[in-house]
Design a protein around this ligand. Sequence first.
Ligand code: NAP
Ligand code: F7E
Length: 352
Amino acid sequence: MKKKKIALITGITGQDGAYLAKFLLKKNYKVFGIKRRTSTINTSRIDDIYQEDTSNKKNNFILKYGDVTDPANINSLINEILPDEVYNLAAQSHVQVSFATPLYTSMTNSLGVINILESIKELRSKKKIKFYQASTSEMFGNHTQKILNEKSNFKPVSPYGSSKVFAYWLTKNYRDSYDIFAVNGILFNHESPLRGETFISRKVSIHVAKKFLGEKKILRIGNLYSKRDWGHAEEYVEGMWKMMQHKEPQDLILATNKSYTVKEFIERAFKEINIKLKWVGKGLKEKAVNSKTGEICVMVDEKYYRPNELHYLKGNPQKAFKNLKWKPKINFNTLIKEMVHSDIAKFENDKF
Ligand code: NAP
Ligand code: F7E
């Protein structure tokens, strides 16, 4: 019988960690996930695949406590598990929060990567371990180039983006210096019903779902005019795996090649509950009202402005299509529909 491949995922409790774990289990992997100790339980995204009995040989999903900033912990876990593939998804991944916590963000997003790569390097005569780094379109910053590709240079505009540029180059350095199969997946924004509640897409889908169920709050929002290339996380984790199966380690972009404003996202989400928005005012005074009733639905709030903004993102996924046969199928409208309806189902028994 063919031996099961072993994957180790950092960031297992996050959006992508949950989708990737489920994807790899379906591919017959044994999956280990690294989870931080938290004061309240935060495993809701993976509760459906978690089994308590670790002595059961058929249990192919195992959680280990750890933190990528702790070299002793990471080294001992990688030595114990001896994975075939490590997917490093752990990060302080919120761009606005990275302005408030730049050092902590860098310790996790950059130095954490050194801890993993050093362990893989030390083990390389015993086992060749492949490494995936969760790189990001935030590394590009603001460009005059309208569609970004693998050759576009990096000019990050946030501590988050800068920390990920450091990690990108580390990944490439270890690949070139020590012959490690290490790849950067340069992923543009990807969302889903499992998206963290403070990212714009989920903040909007939760708000709209609760409004549909009777809540009477106004959606308070920051910059309405930034544009993002939004895909679906479930499709993007398949792209991560495909990168790791390719014969050559390559740094590739995953994106949809379509870009929409935050304002368009909000309009589309409200449309899902049959509310047509009408925008009035400008700048901090801009707001959206229900075009039928005049009720205020959305207001701009300075609190959500960032010290610096990445205004526009659109990525060209042509190379991933050519080399991996990876192509996103879920479009902007379908993504928003799924998110809003998933949140309606999630909150339908709550009282508003
Ligand atoms: P996410 O939902 O914020 O999940 C981040 C995960 O990292 C969580 O499991 C978190 O654990 C864990 N983590 C944070 N600090 C850690 C540390 N010091 N040690 C170990 N684990 C730690 O992020 P995501 O959307 O799934 O994204 C996955 C990765 O892709 C991240 O690296 C992100 O930067 C990158 N990325 C995301 C996108 C996107 O659009 N989603 C695009 C490009 C790149 P807790 O649950 O304990 O906080
Ligand atoms: O913001 C604007 C905000 O926080 C999108 C992370 O996964 O993708 C993500 O980073 C846009 C920005 O995502 C609010 O200013 C307006 O222009 O959903 P976001 P992000 O910053 O693009 C990249 C690829 C990653 O790698 C990151 O890890 O929306 N915006 N009003 C707002 N954003 C938030 N969060 N909240 C607001 O109220």
